[in-house]
Design a protein around this ligand. Structure first.
Ligand SMILES: Cc1ncc(COP(=O)(O)O)c(C=O)c1O
Length: 183
């Protein structure tokens, strides 16, 4: 197949956007050394063994759910008070978001309602640590363990946040998801 050159197409690949400025001849979609450096540094900051740069928080949560094998016919419990991405991610994976209310005191997911919402189809709970206010991770992890379901934390507002002196991510048998800008 011959490729027709579009008008205005650069003759050489430009430097990758995730690499240091001024570096040339790197294909645009290939992460450079700065990306790997950031992944390592951010994982260490979070107390995680691994860190992988992703495009945004929404896609990260979708990929996390898919990586856990969650899809069509499955249910994922999410809080009502959050950004739309928390409910969109299960839908993008093919699963049904089951929306429960938040606690009036903390505005995080109401765990009595989580208990009531769990069915044999429930495969994950997605707490949102809203505005750095963490959900009650002790009780949430106990509920998840009792029912054998995963926890995928929406950490878009909770970088560096701790629960009982530990990084929240390190307590999950799921995945911690967040944006680099905290948004
Ligand atoms: C609570 C929450 N979760 C997820 C997201 C999604 O992040 P992104 O916009 O990077 O897809 C946001 C974004 O504002 C958010 O506030």
């Amino acid at each position: 197949m011959t490729r027709k050159k579009l008008p205005g197409t650069p003759r050489e690949p430009r430097g990758g956007s995730v690499d240091a400025p001024g570096k040339k001849h790197r294909p645009p979609l290939e992460p450079g050394p700065k990306a790997a450096e950031f992944e390592t540094a951010f994982a260490a900051y979070q107390g995680a063994r691994h860190g992988i740069l992703m495009m945004n928080g929404t896609v990260t949560m979708e990929v996390a759910l898919k990586a856990l094998g969650i899809g069509w016919g499955d249910e994922v419990v999410v809080p009502a008070l959050t950004f739309v991405a928390t409910a969109y991610a299960p839908m993008a994976a093919g699963a049904l978001p089951v929306i429960v209310d938040v606690e009036p005191r903390t505005w995080t997911i109401d765990l009595d309602q989580v208990e009531a919402a769990v069915t044999p189809r429930t495969k994950a709970i997605m707490p949102v640590h809203l505005g750095q206010q963490m959900a009650d991770m002790d009780r949430l992890m106990e509920i998840a363990a009792r029912h054998g379901i995963a926890v995928v934390e929406d950490c878009a507002h909770a970088h560096g946040q701790r629960w009982s002196g530990r990084e929240s991510r390190s307590m999950t048998h799921g995945v911690r998801c967040g944006d680099e800008d905290g948004g």
